[in-house]
Ligand binder design. Structure first.
Ligand SMILES: Cc1cc2nc3c(=O)[nH]c(=O)nc-3n(C[C@H](O)[C@H](O)[C@H](O)COP(=O)(O)OP(=O)(O)OC[C@H]3O[C@@H](n4cnc5c(N)ncnc54)[C@H](O)[C@@H]3O)c2cc1C
Length: 356
């Protein structure tokens, strides 16, 4: 097929590009993906791998984000049960404030209603538990002093390489042309009826703020909880998750402002030491050492602003048109399918470009 015969050219084969490709082939379009390296190896391969149900977005009353996350999570659990599994999660609650038992119970009530309306019934609803009712098999929680805990289910991608492989095979079977090792220098010269830019942190745009943020997780060589993910807030307000992964534990996510080279992501000794110190100050009896670190998963995200040196990430994905090119700015892996549909719909509705 000659390049000009493609309806849609997607630039950037991360999970966002993959999501757009699915939405485009669902509409019967001829699709090509250009990826400068291999598919889904950049930020998408370094995520914490949680497919969120969106309970936490109730804090900001982002109901549309809760609905979107719940629907996508439910769909992924149904379609890929061999790769995406339920993940029980526990988080201690404070005595007062937004993260205390009364607002949390109100949240669980509203969430249950939204779940019902969405028909998202693959996972049990969140509940508030007194410490005496906690499951026996989670010792770390017992070391915390809190009286009440939130217990909920998210989902987790057990084997991310196999998941990406399966998505790639499915795209190929459905006729998508995938061009790996294909760096696109000038998007305006790409031959296709429409161009969609899903270059993640490489995306350039001028109609919105763009601050790059290095986000990372540390993979530790010990199993702290076998089945449960634990969410704990540090003294300076950062929320960290401990997530079991193949006999190891992943801690994160840490965020740092970034202005370096996107092709060379590393962590300085100081960044690692600081992260380990913060975890030791947050999780009782952890005694983590830098020698426990097996691997560092590093990716780059885009923030809307930096407040008191802390990045404020974009709340939800942004899809917009600049110079006739649809641009997709992702904030979460979880919602790659609905984000893709939004991008394709944007082509239909855009006055800036001819409809396909
Ligand atoms: C540490 C960390 C933890 C996270 N945890 C979670 C989580 O648990 N759950 C969740 O839902 N989300 C999570 N996220 C967010 C999620 O990972 C991202 O939102 C998502 O992966 C972004 O995907 P993307 O496709 O937009 O970007 P990328 O994965 O970065 O893909 C962009 C692609 O474009 C390609 N590219 C760039 N320039 C060109 C060019 N000129 N020509 C051709 N190709 C090009 C790149 O090679 C790359 O493959 C996490 C993120 C990080 C960093």
């Amino acid at each position: 097929m000659s390049e000009s015969q493609f309806d849609v050219a997607i630039i950037g084969g991360g999970i966002s590009g993959i999501g757009v490709a699915f939405a485009a082939i669902d509409r019967g379009l001829k699709v090509v993906i250009y990826e400068k390296n291999k598919l889904a190896q950049a930020t998408s391969n370094n995520s914490l791998r949680i497919i969120h149900g969106g309970f936490r977005y109730l804090q900001n009353l982002s109901i549309s984000r809760v609905v979107q996350s719940l629907k996508d999570q439910n769909f992924l659990l149904e379609k890929y049960p061999h790769l995406i599994k339920p993940l029980p999660c526990i988080m201690p609650l404070n005595d007062f404030g937004l993260k205390s038992p009364i607002p949390a119970r109100m949240g669980t009530f509203i969430y249950r209603l939204i779940k019902k309306v969405c028909g998202a019934n693959n996972l049990a609803s969140p509940i508030v538990l007194h410490r005496s009712d906690l499951p026996q098999e989670i010792p770390i929680v017992k070391t915390l002093k809190n009286q009440y805990f939130l217990h909920w289910y998210d989902a987790v991608i057990r084997d991310i390489d196999s998941f990406h492989q399966e998505l790639t095979e499915e795209l190929k079977e459905r006729g998508v042309t995938i061009k790996e090792n294909s760096y696109i220098n000038d998007l305006s010269k790409v031959c296709a009826k429409k161009v969609i830019d899903t270059r993640g942190p490489w995306l350039d745009f001028n109609s919105k703020n763009k601050h790059l943020v290095k986000a990372f997780n540390l993979v530790i060589n010990t199993s702290i909880e076998k089945d449960y993910a634990i969410g704990i807030q540090s003294k300076n307000g950062n929320l960290y998750f401990l997530v079991p992964r193949d006999g190891a534990t992943v801690f994160g996510t840490f965020y740092k402002n970034f202005s370096g080279n996107l092709e060379d992501l590393t962590l300085s000794e100081e960044e690692v030491t600081h992260a380990v110190k913060d975890l030791n100050n947050t999780v009782p009896n952890l005694n983590l050492k830098t020698s426990n670190i097996l691997k560092k998963d590093i990716g780059i995200l885009t923030a809307e602003s930096i407040v008191d040196e802390k990045p404020k990430l974009y709340g939800q994905e942004e899809v917009f048109v600049e110079n006739g090119i649809v641009k997709v700015l992702s904030t979460k892996y979880t919602t790659f399918l609905s984000q893709g549909r939004k991008a394709i719909k944007y082509i239909d509705n855009s006055h800036d470009s001819n409809k396909l």
